[in-house]
Write a protein that binds this ligand. Structure first.
Ligand code: 1PX
Length: 215
């Protein structure tokens, strides 16, 4: 299946990318991680223009990582583990305040990593929601519990406004293009633990290296 074709777009394929990005020895492939985010951005853009201010930031972070992957030191960026090791060993990360490396792979990935926690919480809420569940509330609750803690007031305000215009649960499920509600719930039941796992591995790596507060 081709997740890049406009008609064939299914959220299932996007979420599968997060399964593919994990190797048996729990290394996370940066290329697939980034591909997963690309798919999510595409999904978000299909929800309407209001979300472009959110996706623009995600797109620019994806691009920073892609540039590293395709750059002359690309071989060090194959997994997030190798990226962290390489950037730290070579002093390529601003650790306590912004300096000469404001766009390191480590700090860029950290932003997406925090957003992945939001996604995990949101998808789990969606999975257990009832027919009359409000996506805007699920989205806001997930956000307040995670990503919002890293955002200044203006961003929180703007995000809150975007949540208000989220389509309802039926439209949301339809845009996912997975099939019946039962199918969506089943798909989420498989996808959420995968995303949790990728999140957990990254989180552990960042804790071990003391990278959770990168500026
Ligand atoms: C079935 C559901 C699938 C939905 C997929 C939606 C994908 C959501 C992608 C959100 C990516 C957001 C990345 C944000 C990274 C970030 O925190 N950036 C901030 C900090 O960056 P800096 O370089 O300055 O340190 C930056 O300030 C962010 C600006 C943009 C606003 C971010 C608002 C985040 C709201 C997340 C919820 C998205 C709701 C989408 C609804 C589907």
């Amino acid at each position: 299946a081709d997740s890049t074709g406009p008609e064939k777009f299914s959220l299932q394929e996007v979420l599968d990318t997060f399964r593919v990005c994990l190797s048996e020895d729990e290394h996370v492939s940066l290329e697939h991680y980034v591909a997963g985010w690309r798919g999510l951005v595409k999904f978000m853009n299909s929800l309407g223009n209001v979300f472009t201010f959110i996706s623009k930031d995600a797109v620019s972070k994806i691009q920073i990582l892609v540039n590293f992957l395709n750059g002359e030191n690309g071989s060090h960026y194959v997994t997030i583990q190798s990226m962290v090791k390489y950037e730290l060993e070579n002093g390529l990360v601003d650790v306590s305040k912004r300096g000469t490396h404001p766009e390191s792979g480590c700090r860029t990935l950290l932003r997406l990593h925090r957003a992945l926690r939001w996604l995990e919480l949101f998808l789990e809420r969606l999975r257990i929601s009832k027919e009359d569940g409000k996506t805007s509330v699920m989205c806001a609750d997930a956000y307040n519990e995670s990503l919002s803690q890293h955002h200044p007031w203006v961003i929180r305000k703007a995000a809150g406004m975007a949540f208000c215009v989220l389509p309802g649960r039926p439209t949301f499920f339809e845009v996912m293009n997975v099939g019946s509600t039962e199918k969506v719930v089943e798909m989420l039941g498989e996808a959420v633990p995968m995303i949790s796992k990728v999140y957990k591995i990254t989180e552990d790596l960042y804790v071990q290296n003391n990278l959770l507060e990168l500026p």
